[in-house]
Design a protein around this ligand. Structure first.
Ligand code: GLN
Length: 549
């Protein structure tokens, strides 16, 4: 075999791979389907991990606009990744790393750097085999040491960008024992006007997949309802799979119920049979049922929370929505999150917050909407409404306090107003001379010290916490004494850096420089979110126009 076709891989290592592709259109919930399969295997006792392939040229998601791509999710190692990785962390209850997100930018950069370094001297460097080998290597490294690795290919089959990845998967399946690899394809099964489920789009997308040498073993039809037996039969016949390999994934009220639907469909049994995993799986009576118990717990009450942010798109703040949901699972409350557009918020628009039992101000970048966020924080502070400020929300709480309590007129963050007379939030010293925008913020997990006998210490039940970060600015050390003397309590810090703020004589007022939402899981809700929600629940009965403490 020519040297460039030797992967150096030993197939006897025994990992199993589930490759998940999507057809017809994007946004079908392919990631949730893939994560749900993983959850079911986790419940059966397997060690499951996941890899998300994003066929774009960006090296990572860090420079992408949340309005187009949804939030940038941050991993513990500081990788800025696609929000789907957040779903994998939440569904599988694992911590992933940068190696679990493969992008076109990452693989090409690596191969081109190797070419420049002379590693391929004399040879022509090509997509096949050099890029495809690099893709296969990354998948195997990410899977190493686990039982099952789920690999989701972003985008839709047929996209030019996805081709090298699908070719890599084709080769991959060739190199492995066939019983260690399963191809799952998620497509749309729309309804016709007369209420009939249509299989043509699925047939076409499977045809496309087969034209590049991939035959799905399992098909998932996304549809508002379950697939009819006749629809399943047709799909099986025309797509060349057994009828038992066609599964429904109907709309459900909450993404956390998707694993339950797939379990009812028996998908986990099919997957385990295909991958020969039954011998090693926990007996059905020993499987972990906690997921079902957590996500089907009936809420006893409901609650409205205002999220004062720039984007009216749930995906832009996905992890915050999820963290609130997790807190709701824990406390038995159904939380509805109302978006309040921060650029429409000002002192005259407090009515938008009157129904809210709590106010969350999320992270963000740039100047748009910051005055609205400050107005919302002032309202929450002066009206004793529970407040949770995250990253930019924490920074704006410092600005609000400086302006309205310290009377530092025009105080601001240097990010928003570079000419402010009082830059209470300023660039981190290590950021001053940076040129590159990608991957250069203060990122990832850092430990915060927590002052004893504070609200923060009560929330975290101790004097430290480890949470994930993503910021370039911080509380300007020159103002810390002045702010503290005026009553703002910095109850968490990391070296010279202020990490948590709180107020006395307020039912609940917490700001964090970090993003606790990224570590929240169903069944293990983030402590600041739980305490915030509990405070909001106890505010529910406040009379109109005032607060009873
Ligand atoms: N823009 C702010 C900073 O860079 C806040 C970042 C954030 O909210 N993630 O410090």
């Amino acid at each position: 075999m020519p040297e460039e076709f030797q992967t150096g891989y030993d197939p006897s290592k025994g990992d199993n791979f589930i490759f998940v592709t999507g057809g017809v259109m994007s946004g079908l919930g392919k990631g949730i389907t893939a994560a749900s399969i993983g959850r079911l295997l986790t419940n059966a006792g397997f060690d499951v991990t996941a890899v998300k392939i994003d066929p774009y040229l960006n090296v990572d998601a860090g420079t992408m606009n949340p309005y187009q791509h949804g939030e940038v999710y941050v991993l513990k190692d500081g990788a800025e990744v696609d929000l789907d990785l957040g779903n994998y962390e939440r569904f599988l209850d694992i911590d992933m790393t940068a190696d679990h997100n493969i992008t076109t930018g990452k693989t090409y950069r690596h191969v081109i750097e190797k070419e420049r370094a002379g590693d391929y001297l004399g040879r022509t460097v090509q997509i096949i085999p050099h890029i495809t080998d690099d893709i296969k290597r990354r998948i195997r490294e990410a899977a190493d040491g686990t039982d099952v690795c789920i690999v989701e290919v972003g985008g839709t089959v047929g996209d030019i960008e996805g081709m090298p990845f699908l070719e890599a998967l084709r080769q991959f399946a060739h190199e492995e024992d066939p019983s260690d690899v399963l191809f799952a394809h998620v497509t749309l099964v729309p309804f016709s006007k007369n209420g009939e489920q249509k299989t043509k789009p699925t047939q076409h997308s499977v045809k496309e997949l087969r034209s590049i040498g991939l035959q799905p073993d399992l098909l998932v039809g996304r549809s508002p309802t379950r697939l009819d037996p006749e629809t399943r039969r047709k799909i099986a016949l025309f797509c060349d799979v057994e009828p038992g390999a066609v599964f429904s994934n109907p709309d459900v009220p909450d993404i956390y119920r998707v694993p339950l639907v797939l379990e009812d469909e028996g998908m986990h049994e099919f997957v385990m049979a295909h991958l020969n995993l039954h011998d090693r799986a926990a007996a059905p009576s020993d499987r972990d049922t906690s997921w079902r118990e957590i996500v089907t717990r009936e809420p006893e009450t409901s609650l409205e929370i205002a999220l004062v942010g720039k984007y009216g798109l749930e995906d832009a703040y996905m992890s915050i929505h999820e963290a609130l949901k997790h807190a709701g699972f824990e406390l038995g409350v159904d939380i509805s999150v109302n978006w309040v557009a921060s650029d429409e918020m000002n002192d005259e628009h407090h009515d938008r917050l009157t129904n809210a039992a709590g106010v969350v101000v999320p992270g963000g970048f740039g100047s748009r909407g910051t005055e609205g966020k400050i107005a919302a924080i002032e309202y929450a502070r002066t009206e004793s409404i529970p407040f949770l400020g995250l990253c930019l929300g924490f920074q704006m709480a410092v600005v609000e306090y400086a302006r309205n309590v310290l009377d530092l007129e025009g105080a601001h963050s240097a990010e928003v107003d570079s000419d402010t007379p009082y830059p209470v939030i300023d660039l981190l010293p290590e950021q001053v001379d940076l040129d590159d925008m990608g991957g250069t913020m203060r990122l990832g997990a850092h430990e915060t010290n927590i002052e004893a006998d504070t609200l923060a210490s009560k929330i975290y039940g101790g004097t430290t916490c480890v949470e994930r970060h993503r910021h370039r600015y911080e509380v300007n050390p020159e103002y810390i004494d002045e702010l503290t003397e005026a009553g703002l309590i910095f109850s968490g810090w990391c070296g010279p850096r202020m990490e948590i703020l709180e107020l006395e004589d307020h039912p609940f007022f917490i700001g964090t420089q970090f993003h606790p939402e990224f570590r929240s899981r169903p069944g293990r809700a983030s402590p600041p979110f739980v305490h915030f929600t509990r405070a909001a629940m106890s505010m529910q009965k406040r009379p109109a126009g005032g607060v009873e403490l």
